[in-house]
Design a protein around this ligand. Sequence first.
Ligand code: FE2
Length: 235
Amino acid sequence: MNAGKTSGRDWSSHPPFLYPDYKSTILRAPKKPLVPLKQNLNELIAPVYGHENTKESDSDLTQNGRRGGEPLGERIVVTGNVTDEAGRPLRNTLIEIWQANAAGRYIHKVDQHAAPIDPNFFGGGRCVTDGEGRYRFLTVKPGAYPWGNHSNAWRPNHIHFSLIGPTIASRLVTQMYFPGDPLLALDPIFQGTPEKARQRLVSNFSLDVTEEGFALGYVFNIVLRGPLETTFETH
Ligand SMILES: [Fe+2]
């Protein structure tokens, strides 16, 4: 097996740890320079877990939280492909998502936004990419919600994504946004991402993915850092 190694991250594409307009980064950001750790072989070849427990129904958020009714909101399909830094499709990548309901409310005790909880919507789902690195979720469009970062602050509609690729070194946590959202220009989390990379976080509306009479379609393609030589290519 040739484990290869991961290439360095292009930090000019990622948000800085400290972005004062995003208030909680002031407390959270490291105050001392980072200490680079040497990559060890384990990070590059050790298996990551959780992939094998997914069920087909886990990727349908309009079904997986039902308690006798249908969730409210605009049904959407979110789909795309996951590739490594060389553009190769990454199969068997675990993708987990979480989001607010259509009214902009999470099921979480610290979420006290005065918007209704949807008894038929749980707001979490997962799937693994297929042999061509593709994934697909059915859900409802999440609502915007206020978040207290500054006065009259509202998060744009977004879906949180976590991906675990072939190795733990390829873990990615990010947020997907929707095209044309007027709140994007005002959101310090989105604006904290360097301008050249911001559009990578915005999905594209797709009429091809849209299902007639049923759900609008959005495409969100994801590139994961990964080993230059991944284990699945050597099997
Ligand atoms: Fe959120």
